[in-house]
Ligand binder design. Sequence first.
Ligand code: GZL
Length: 314
Amino acid sequence: MRIAKLGLIVLVLLSFSVSFANAQGTGEGLTIGFSQIGSESAWRTSFTEAVLAEAKERGINLLFSDAQQSQENQIAAIRAWLAQGDVDAIILAPVIATGWDDVLKEAADAGVPVVIVDRNVDSDPSLFVTRVSSDFVHEGRLAAAWLVQATSGDCKIVELYGTVGSAAAEDRHKGFMEVIALFSKMQVIHSETGNFVRTEGKAVMQSILSSEDPANICAVFAHNDDMAIGAVEAIKEAGLTPGKDILIVSVDAIPDVFDAMDAGTINATVELSPFMGGPAFDAVAAHLNGEKLPAWIPVAGKLYTSRAAYDADH
Ligand code: GZL
């Protein structure tokens, strides 16, 4: 009888050591909840697909929740996972920056580490392990710098804003405005949200083209490619030539934007890598292995003005 008990104890210890060993590397065998914003843009869909594929590749049991751009849904999903009591970690792509303190504290109290991906939260950094993301301010600066050189610093600009209150929109705006402020003839004459959605980007651009003198609009800065592509349709319907009469610069580098570049309707985009799942899973595994992580794990992106240049880098 004693040998049987000893054997059972050894088996239990072995199973812990195996899962611990897995946590040390790729995260294999872990159960991780991923709270995704939604599917509002082509980039978001690519990001989701990349995370799901990475989890499958690593043998991670990923619990996926699409919040349809609702913070309430994201918080509910996290609370459900905490109540289940069987998640090893949570990865959160927060739709907006505010309103996360309570649920992050609940996760911390439950001993469930949280990694933030993509957009940011304004909560105390002690409430999450790390953040994996691009530098949105830099993306805005790159877009502005390209537009300054393309127009010799003289351009009246329409800004198609992303989701108000999201770190991506607020910080792209901040970086863009920092650079154009250096040039007295660079001016944003109209800024309006299209919520990162293609159809909304088109509708907002249609409205602007009917309220502003189109001849007065030199360029569009769209916070993402989907809204830029929507604006292309609106500009064409107004009888103008996008990419020439009105220059267009945006962010994300989705496949459709390179089709637009081939057609000459969009001039530039700043790349946003959708491959943040790997670094996020690595961070979870490292944290569970007791490693200290930096507060931010940056993901780089360049500005591209042609498919050839993008393909040369990928
Ligand atoms: C930015 C990301 C943005 C993308 C949009 O990291 O949050 O959200 O630029 C998406 O395409 O909607």
